[in-house]
Design a protein around this ligand. Structure first.
Ligand code: CP
Length: 316
């Protein structure tokens, strides 16, 4: 594994899960592997969990970390052949190559613009960085994928799985802002690597791209979807069909304690940040069945497993 941009970059998920289990027990077991190595973290968009957990993971491996916010005042050009006489200060070709002079690994966070579906789904920013950098790239959430989150979700489900084939339900939930589809896309991409029973439930109009839902059961009745579920994963996303639009804010889609009674005493999951009493009721997120804090804690474990693998390959 050179880059970690999607699940497709991982050669053995099983091996990585075993490595993560070991890291969770002893986070300092490989504290020398990153000695004299530097990770640069580029944030085109804000982050709490990804920023801190990736930094923590790199520090646990002995790396130096340099975070940089690119959200303001540093417009990068991504198109080739452009006459750069407007507001963009630097082309990605130079930026990625120069950052590679200072970094052994580059992490990048960049959200979807939610205006141009074709542009977002080309995942241009992260893909161009990967093409122009001479060091590995780690996806800290791109326009369409959030693999560190989804790998964490898989690790968390595996930790609580009681049966061979648990029923895992991804449910859309309302939100006042238009959010990207990245977490939902990526969650399905990773879950499809398992033999879990996978159900997606959302109002009509919120169908995700078929690339990500192939083989999933789609159920428009949320209550039916919740029946006998072992894990409920809530997330809002804006419409893929009417790209970037909010088609519903129907509060009937909030995850409530009453709906959780339909499940097989399911665990509740969410990537956070979450809008309480909009996406999920207090009674659910504060219940013993809620995994959200452990899930967030596992972000550091998975980031460390990913960085460790990349560092091992650098040495090899
Ligand atoms: N779940 C997640 O990626 O959180 P942040 O946006 O805070 O990084």
């Amino acid at each position: 594994m050179r880059d970690f941009i999607s699940v497709k970059d991982v050669i053995s998920i099983e091996e990585m899960l075993t490595s993560a289990k070991s890291i969770k027990v002893n986070p300092y077991e490989d504290s020398g592997i990153g000695k004299n190595k530097t990770m640069v973290l580029l944030f085109f968009n804000s982050s709490l969990r990804t920023r801190l957990s990736t930094q923590k993971a790199a520090l646990n491996l002995g790396m130096h970390v340099i975070p940089m916010n690119l959200s303001e005042g540093w417009g990068l050009e991504f198109d080739d052949g452009t006459v750069m006489n407007m507001d963009k200060a630097e082309h990605v070709r130079e930026a990625a190559a120069v950052i590679s002079q200072y970094a052994d690994i580059i992490g990048i966070r960049t959200f979807a613009g939610l205006k141009d579906r074709e542009l977002d789904y080309a995942d241009r920013i992260i893909r161009q960085f990967a093409a122009c950098a001479s060091v590995p790239i780690v996806n800290l959430e791109s326009a369409i994928l959030h693999p560190l989150q989804s790998f964490t979700d898989l690790f968390t489900i595996e930790s609580y799985r009681k049966k061979k084939r648990p029923k895992v339900v991804l449910t859309w939930a309302p939100h006042p802002r238009a959010l990207p589809q990245a977490v939902a896309n990526s969650f399905l991409e990773w879950m499809q690597q398992t033999d879990y029973e996978l159900v997606v439930t959302h109002p009509e109009g919120y169908e995700l791209a078929e690339t990500f839902t192939a083989g999933c059961t789609i159920e428009y009745d949320q209550r039916k979807a919740f029946a006998d579920a072992d894990f409920i994963y809530a997330k809002n996303w804006s419409s893929y069909q009417e790209y970037g639009k909010i088609l519903s804010t129907d509060s009937d889609w909030m995850v409530t304690a009453e709906k959780m009674t339909l499940t097989n005493n399911a665990h509740f999951m969410h990537c956070l940040p979450v809008r309480r009493n909009v996406v999920v009721a207090d009674a659910v997120i504060d219940s013993d069945q809620s995994l959200v804090i452990e899930q967030a804690g596992n972000r550091a474990v998975i980031a460390q497993a990913v960085l460790k693998k990349i560092l091992e390959n650098l040495k090899g």
